[in-house]
Design a binder for this molecule. Structure first.
Ligand code: ATP
Ligand code: MG
Length: 422
């Protein structure tokens, strides 16, 4: 398959194997380049298949509250001592071919045994975080808007998953930061409860500000580029120059005026701070972060937690200086999120020189004609995309003629032709 840009490398999953994953007892599926449409009635396994690919790419499920839920429940019902759910993908990338595998292992001692995960690349065990960046995906879900309207943790997760897929160093830094943060918070708690720990606090603080400096800087640079793309796509491609959005990174590097401002209003301070982060050295950022921690010290001891830092970051989308999450119409929110996701594709392609794999679950039905055409245009430009639909009639004959169509039925996937009514 050649894509429009021609010179881009194409990332593609050529084969997917699932064992005891969700409603797939066993699946061996060859996947072609280009667009694959998975269609079928409700509750047959369409979403589960996309979830498997997303999970291999990110080590996260968008749905499960605990990963052991991903293991096929019939397999868990038996009296095997150990039940293994296995996901594996054969991937062809610009760097050569890879086999990426994840094992979900449940020790089934009367239903309350332990659970663990193993990650493998080319049959060799690796840390979970090293699985990331081997398969890169951008996923579209009908509930994407909830990222925008929900709590900040969801927006941080979105940000981190996107960055981790392209930047293993960022991912490692973030993991270390979170560990140090826990240690620092434990120290604050001891200072609060037992009046001890003052002597070790500076050690954790110093580690925290150095790691945090890198995270702030990387995120600011990411948003600078993502905002440029999202704002352009929104203005030019999605609203024909009718409406301009702003995407802003809200770094929690200080507790200045911003925190006292009424919610929902755009504040230039964020832009200035982001700009400063992009153009400063990590040393200078660490220093500023350190001053903020110093300023927050007495309150942080009282609350036994660290109140400034990238772990409290947020981002937001704005129209006319108003926060879309609080003031936007449903349609405005959806359009803005679509712009953000399309920007993510461009950003990832630019960062890595490879188009990511696109996963679209039931989103086509949600869009009006214009947006659907634009999204499908991106889909067809990429190297590989998987779409699901309960009703393939939502898609044009021209689209169906060029996509590989497969029917999903009770955990089986079969090539199928879709007869047009015309
Ligand atoms: N751990 C599990 N073990 C076995 N089956 C499971 C497990 N988790 C979920 N399922 C089942 O998998 C089935 C298929 O779910 P999936 O969400 O993939 O359906 P779908 O084809 O996307 O349907 P819809 O069109 O309604 O979105 C559901 O009936 C669900 O109950
Ligand atoms: Mg579904």
């Amino acid at each position: 398959m050649t894509n429009v840009a021609g010179f881009l490398n194409a990332m593609q999953i050529t084969h997917l194997s699932l064992t005891n994953f969700r409603n797939y007892g066993r699946l061996e599926l060859a996947l072609p380049a280009g667009t694959t449409l998975l269609f079928g009635a409700n509750a047959q396994g369409k979403t589960n298949l996309l979830e498997a690919i997303y999970y291999l790419a990110t080590t996260r499920s968008p749905y499960a509250s605990h990963d052991s839920q991903l293991i096929n429940w019939e397999a868990l019902q038996g009296d095997d001592l150990i039940v293994v759910g296995r996901l594996a993908a054969q991937v062809s990338t610009g760097r050569g071919d890879l086999r990426v595998e994840m094992r979900l292992i449940r020790e089934n001692r009367n239903g309350n045994g332990g659970f663990r995960r193993e990650a493998l690349v080319n049959q060799v065990k690796v840390r979970l975080m090293d699985l990331l960046s081997n398969i890169r995906v951008v996923q579209f879900l009908p509930q994407d808007v909830q990222v925008l309207t929900g709590p900040p943790a969801g927006r941080r997760r979105y940000l981190d998953i996107t960055l981790c897929q392209t930047d293993p160093i960022y991912c490692q830094t973030l993991a270390t930061y979170n560990k140090v943060l826990e240690q620092r918070n434990a120290t604050l708690r001891r200072m609060n409860e037992e009046g001890v720990g003052q002597d070790v606090l500076p050690i954790f603080t110093e580690k925290l500000v150095n790691l945090g400096g890198n995270i702030f800087r990387r995120r600011a640079a990411f948003f600078l580029e993502l905002a440029r793309q999202a704002q352009r796509i929104h203005y030019e491609e999605l609203t024909d120059g009718q409406e301009a959005i702003k995407l802003a990174y809200l770094p929690r590097i200080s507790r200045d005026r911003v925190d006292n401002d009424p919610a929902g209003q755009y504040n230039e301070v964020w832009e200035e701070t982001s700009d400063w982060l992009v153009h400063s050295t990590t040393g200078a950022i660490a220093e500023r972060f350190q001053r903020a921690l110093q300023g927050a010290m007495s309150r942080d001891v009282a609350q036994a937690r660290t109140s400034v830092g990238p772990h409290r970051d947020d981002w937001s989308l704005w129209v006319n200086r108003r926060d879309l999450a609080s003031y936007g119409s449903r349609g405005q929110q959806r359009t803005a999120m679509l712009a953000l996701k399309l920007a993510e594709i461009n950003w990832m392609t630019g960062e890595t020189g490879e188009t990511p794999i696109l996963l679209l679950d039931e989103v086509v039905a949600e869009l009006d004609d214009k947006r659907r055409r634009l999204l499908l245009d991106y889909v067809q430009r990429g190297a590989q995309a998987l779409l699901t639909a309960t009703d393939p009639g939502m898609l044009s004959d021209a689209f169906l003629a060029q996509s590989t169509n497969m029917r999903v039925e009770r955990g089986r996937v079969q090539p199928a032709t879709i007869l047009s009514e015309g």
